[in-house]
Design a protein around this ligand. Structure first.
Ligand code: BGC
Length: 842
């Protein structure tokens, strides 16, 4: 069909196509379009030239419509890592790669980015969000959304709003005062909506000050659309829409997943019953059609990005590696054996532990189970299935000469059941009620997730009765092996001819995550010999095939845990290897049972015997470097007993290569902390995530993150913004005015480097209810040895404003301000004083 785009502005051409399609739709079709047809998509309406819109998680890769490794995805580092780069331009490049991945997988909308705040480090999805600072969160999110949309793919900025923890996430009422809501929790959404114009927003599970978010008229209609001018679609978080009329009037456009939702027929009925005006439905349909037009699935509408104009192909492996090394935060780097922390001295007489000179090392002792079984991404809906994972062991082995690297497990925190992996060769066999095989499919591991009607050939929800995960297992170690299951229904587990479990297991949970990442349960133990294959089988008669299941499909897992070795013996082996090595590298971190979706953390200590391992290795080798593999803060009680500490986040699929780049000095670590790193949980000023009587009070108001630490007067282990490189910088001058500053600095070290210059604004006469300083801007600069460089940083008007509850608006606070150029919130290098009046700042 010819479109009007040649003669009209594309926005107008899209709006015309949207109105035309809308006018041609009857009430039933309109209501149907607002309800998921399955787990990930909306129905096509061929009569008006509309194809099905497909959505997918998000945020570190594009999983696609299958929950398996059948169609692998590039896995970038965790969102905390992306934020640690402090580089919106890099986030934009990540977004462009994700758009490319989405197009490859037929996905039109990415369910990302997650821009909730690091209110408490106990938040289970802390790894999936960016920062404790709303400005940094908003800037990284803006880059990300722009990048995805540059590639013609939509985003849903999520979860709107105040979904900052997981405990009781379906019901919790987060009680947030208007100022904190505006200045902290809404701020990243507002910034992204205004600056990147996202095509979608995801409405959260929780309540805010009473109403549940999918029905929140004030926040969704008045603030998001009314005040900010958002013109995209609002989609529910998965199963978050509970009421047809409430959600329709509350500004929710689409209820996901389907086919059982509160929209569709129920919405058409509500219109016929006079409970919802048809114009409300029309408004929602218009928003969905506009999205369809933007991504190019509505005939007659020119997509925002012409397929011919898609950005050049991005090398996903190379980008994953670059983001990882630029996200690693070197928080400590001392010469071997020095115990006091003297700050930044990467030059000087005794060289710091890092970088390692590969030509000068004879032996490198590597330990930690996570060096071998790297945890490269966080759990829950943020999971994708990468084509390959380069572990720290692989990466260092590839980068060091043969015979230099000596690896010992040392400590293994994975002491809980996980889906059967190494040593298992598995497939799925489907049978009908008579026991006849009707189809089968290969499996990459013990996890089976078939969503909706996405079933193997020959299998339908009608003819399927049971599914068996079956195959062989060749144990790596002799001893007692533990087997378990995840999922519900009738489950029968047999290993080596012995039935370990045969019962019906039911879980009543409203959380859709339960089927995908609920806790595995132990079902039996059996002694096996290393290298001797045994048959394994887990058969399920699923309960989720009928039309009344909340999420349709088949989802269960065969889980396993290998024999546990004596922790003291493991540590002793690693200590022996470390004793004679030139350098000892210990990789420590969290497990899937610590950082994931659907639950919060209970503590910040490293699981298992990892702290003991670090201490024991450091006691015999003064040149010990610890790499922390966690998505969010953990306690590092030994941090001053080791030479260097590198925070590596969940580093994505190229983990090991990026780590070798940085440890061996080919690149410098580029990250700065996007969140304050505590010494211990007890010191954290805001930590509670457990509601009382259904309510979680954000009593701290605007004092979240470093303002809270400052008010409490407690010193963290590492402050917000901290991070070392491999060169040194002299801050030589600052020219500041109300609307920005130019910072002059020089690379005074011996190698090229990059610096993240941070600008904090501190009112001279801050009232007690106002943080003493806030991040107002930042810039990344690069310079060669001896070179000087200028960082130009703009300060926006909003940096001088607070939300005035009485006046219901932003209030500009004139006065005298210090503009501080800093390396972290606690490491101020230069200060300028400016007098600011409202007229001075555009
Ligand atoms: C998560 C969302 C996710 C959705 C779909 C929900 O449980 O909260 O972030 O996009 O599932 O997987």
């Amino acid at each position: 069909m010819a479109d009007a785009s040649t003669s009209t502005h594309p926005d107008a051409a899209r709006e015309a196509a949207v109105e035309k399609a809308l006018a041609a739709l009857g009430l039933d079709d309109k209501a149907r379009l607002l309800a998921g047809q399955d787990m990930w998509s909306l129905p096509a309406l061929p009569a008006v030239g509309l194809r099905s819109l497909v959505m997918s998680d998000g945020p570190i890769g594009v999983r696609g419509v299958a929950w398996s490794a059948d169609d692998p995805s590039v896995a970038l580092p965790s969102p905390t890592a992306l934020a640690a780069t402090w580089d919106p331009a890099l986030a934009r490049r990540a977004g462009r790669l994700l758009a490319q991945e989405a197009r490859r997988k037929g996905v039109h909308v990415l369910l990302a980015p997650t821009v909730n705040l690091h209110r408490s480090p106990l938040g289970g999805r802390h790894f999936e969000t960016y920062s404790e600072d709303p400005y940094l969160t908003g800037e990284i999110g803006t880059g990300y959304v722009r990048g995805v949309q540059d590639g013609g793919v939509g985003t849903t900025v999520k979860h709107f709003v105040a979904n900052d923890a997981e405990t009781d996430r379906f019901t919790v009422d987060n009680v947030v005062a208007p100022r904190a809501l505006r200045e902290i929790y809404l701020a990243p959404f507002e910034r992204i909506v205004r600056n990147a114009r996202p095509w979608g927003i995801m409405s959260a599970y929780n309540r805010v000050n009473g109403p549940t978010m999918t029905e929140h008229r004030y926040l969704q209609n008045a603030v998001l659309r009314g005040e900010w001018g958002f013109d995209g679609f609002v989609v529910s978080d998965w199963l978050a829409a509970r009421s047809t009329v409430g959600a329709a009037l509350g500004g929710l456009d689409v209820a996901m997943p389907g086919p059982k939702t509160v929209y569709g027929k129920a919405l058409a009925d509500a219109v016929r019953a006079g409970e919802v005006e048809e114009s409300v439905v029309d408004g929602a349909v218009r928003n969905v059609l506009r999205l369809a037009a933007r991504v190019g699935v509505l005939d007659g509408a020119p997509p925002v990005v012409d397929p011919a104009g898609h950005p050049a192909t991005v090398d996903g492996d190379a980008l994953a590696r670059e983001i990882a090394r630029r996200s690693f935060v070197l928080v400590r780097n001392e010469p071997a054996g020095r115990t006091e922390d003297s700050g930044d001295h990467t030059t000087g007489e005794t060289p710091a532990a890092l970088p390692i000179d590969p030509a000068a090392v004879r032996r490198v002792a590597l330990s930690g189970a996570l060096a071998r079984d790297a945890r490269v991404l966080g759990g829950g809906s943020a999971q994708v299935f990468p084509h390959h994972v380069v572990t720290p062991l692989d990466g260092l082995a590839a980068a060091l000469p043969d015979g230099v690297l000596d690896y010992r497990v040392g400590a293994d925190p994975n002491d809980e059941l996980v889906p059967a992996g190494k040593g298992f060769g598995l497939r799925a066999v489907c049978r009908d009620a008579s026991g006849t095989v009707i189809g089968s499919a290969p499996l990459h591991d013990g996890t089976l997730q078939w969503i909706g009607d996405d079933l193997p050939e020959g299998v339908t929800r009608a003819n399927l009765h049971s599914v068996e995960i079956t195959g062989t297992f060749v144990p790596r170690d002799s001893g007692e092996h533990v087997f378990g299951t995840r999922g519900t229904g009738e489950l029968t587990l047999a290993v080596a001819g012995e039935t370990l479990y045969d019962e019906i297991h039911r879980v009543v949970s409203a959380d859709p995550g339960e089927a995908f990442f609920g806790n595995p349960l132990e079902r039996g133990r059996i002694t096996l010999a290393a290298g001797e294959p045994v048959e394994v089988s887990l058969r399920q008669v699923p309960e989720t095939l009928g039309d009344d299941a909340p999420v349709l499909g088949v989802s269960f897992a065969l889980c396993h845990l290998g024999p546990r070795r004596d922790p003291a013996e493991l540590i002793a082996e690693a200590v022996d290897a470390a004793r004679d090595a030139d350098i000892a590298i210990v990789v420590v971190g969290t497990t899937e049972r610590v950082e994931s979706e659907g639950f919060d953390r209970t503590g910040l200590a490293l699981p298992g015997h990892q702290d003991d391992l670090v201490r024991a290795v450091a006691a015999v080798n003064p040149n010990t470097v610890v790499v922390v593999n966690s998505g969010s803060p953990v306690e590092l009680p030994w941090r001053e007993e080791v030479a260097a500490v590198l925070l590596g986040w969940f580093p994505g699929q190229e983990a090991g290569h990026a780590l070798a780049d940085v440890l061996l000095g080919a690149e410098e670590p580029g990250g700065r902390l996007p969140t304050t790193w505590p010494v211990a949980l007890a010191d954290v000023p805001v930590s509670n995530t457990t509601p009382t009587d259904g309510k979680l009070s954000y009593d701290e108001g605007v004092f979240v993150g470093y303002p809270a630490w400052e008010r409490a007067g407690t010193a963290p282990a590492y402050p917000f913004g901290h991070g070392l490189g491999y060169t040194t910088w002299e801050y030589e001058g600052i020219d500041a005015g109300p609307d920005g500053a130019t910072v002059h600095l020089r690379n005074t070290g011996t190698r090229p480097g990059a610096e993240t210059v941070q600008l904090y604004l501190a009112p001279r006469d801050a009232a007690a209810d106002r943080p003493a300083r806030r991040l107002a801007g930042f810039a990344r600069v690069e310079a060669g040895p001896g070179e000087s460089v200028r960082a130009e940083i703009r300060i926006e008007r909003r940096a001088y404003e607070i939300w005035d509850e009485e006046a219901y608006g932003w209030r500009f606070l004139p006065g005298t301000y210090e503009v501080r150029a800093a390396r972290s919130v606690d490491d101020v290098r230069l200060t300028a004083v400016v007098d600011v009046r409202a007229a001075d700042v555009p």
